[in-house]
Design a protein around this ligand. Sequence first.
Ligand SMILES: [Zn+2]
Ligand SMILES: [Zn+2]
Length: 535
Amino acid sequence: MRLTFIGATHEVTGSCFYLEAAGKKFLVDCGMEQGPDQYENQELPVSMADIDFVLLTHAHIDHSGNLPLAYAKGFRGNIYATDATCDLCEIMLRDSAHIQMFEAEWRNRKGRRSGKEEFVPAYTLEDANGVIKQFVSCPYSRILTLEDGIRVRYNDAGHLLGSSSIEVWIEEEGEERKLVFSGDIGNLDQPLIKDPTYLTEADYVIMESTYGDRDHEVRTDYITQLVEILERTFARGGNVVVPSFAVGRTQEMLYFLRKIKADGLVKGYPGFEVFVDSPLAVQATNIFKEHYHDCYDQEAMDLIMKGINPISFPGLKLAITSDESRDINFDERPKVILSASGMCDAGRIKHHLKHNLWRPESTILFVGYQAIGTLGRALVEGAAEVKLFGEEVQVQAEITRLPGISGHADRAGLMRWAASFQKKPRKVFVVHGDDKVCEIFAKKLADELQYDTMAPFSGTVYDLLADQAVKETVGIPIRKAQIGGQTVKAGGVYARLIAAGQRLMAVIRHNEGGTNKDLARFADQINSLCDKWDR
Ligand SMILES: [Zn+2]
Ligand SMILES: [Zn+2]
């Protein structure tokens, strides 16, 4: 019974854990690494075709985004996830495939001009469509027997529609171990979705630590703040542009805007229009509407019982086609535009920024975290000029943000979640946090709750029956890989080639002492391979 850490180790993205237990090989999450990346993720020790199934905590791409890649590599097993996660993955994995293909096309267009080699997308729409068929929906809160000796229960994690913490019971050699994978743990009192479930029993906990070193800013009353922003922008004759993640944050904003409109809080412009300009956001909004029964909290259910859709209202316009998107900017009446992506780096939001950034009467309202290096971050930090579509654009619009909005529990929330275990777990593995944050939070759990903790790096293997590490690794910083004592730059597929080279050296060492005939044959084969590629 072994647990191997693959991704989201000393990093926030690329969540992936590999288990060999009860005669099966399976993954918990199969996420894509996103944004600046610090350490190399170790390759899975088995081929994807040999993976029996995947347990998926939630639909965010940093947890689900490599599933189409798994399909491309031959994975054909079931993917167990909650109902809402299955539905969200259907649209999000297709969208992710589009992004991969679009980026490859763009790079190749540029690359062809400079004679670069063809860039192959990580996966295609066919891969996404293929893997979508492998999803099996699981209800919340019920213990399900998946295989002999493997039972699971999905609990609402309060982080995103359909998000879960997964309890896994494994029986092997007459002994049982219970694992809890926290998934991403939600914030309290989020619109629409429930609060996180507090679990009380586990032998091993694999816990996220995104905000393990800090607390959220004090929450202000979002409705009052939003009303003020809308009133002063509309009075200037401008638009409020909200760069917002298509899935989750957009629906939260609709929830606030519905209430503002229903209560007539914006004086002088009661009938203002709200545009959701993102095909993905429109699809996601429909999925939210379908999952009220299994996912909404009491407050949202109370509205549903009164016949009110909590994320819809008169004056809401959904733009799907690019013509509809373009028309938004021809309409001069003040309005709200919600558009993806949340950090402004892609999608239709860039067009809306182009049309509004230079206008002192408009407002750009940020409602989430802006990562370093993104256009959104530059704007929040007060850039006077930014580049859009190769053009310099003056920033004259009001730039503001709603503080404290987050889908993640903060330090206090994580501690509350961790403290809910009645008996101390054998071990708490701290993952899904920045390099130092994993360490800081692991220490906090040890100091304050006297937990035995570990912040593993990718490649660490833990024996769950013996309760000890079989292999402990240190992080290999990305873009640097050792080959023949030399440090070379590596990234993506090239890193894979270097790993293959390292394997070759290991195989050569294993053959030391072999017969002369075998060694000569091996050497000849390596030389002919080198002749083929050394061009
Ligand atoms: Zn997430
Ligand atoms: Zn995550």
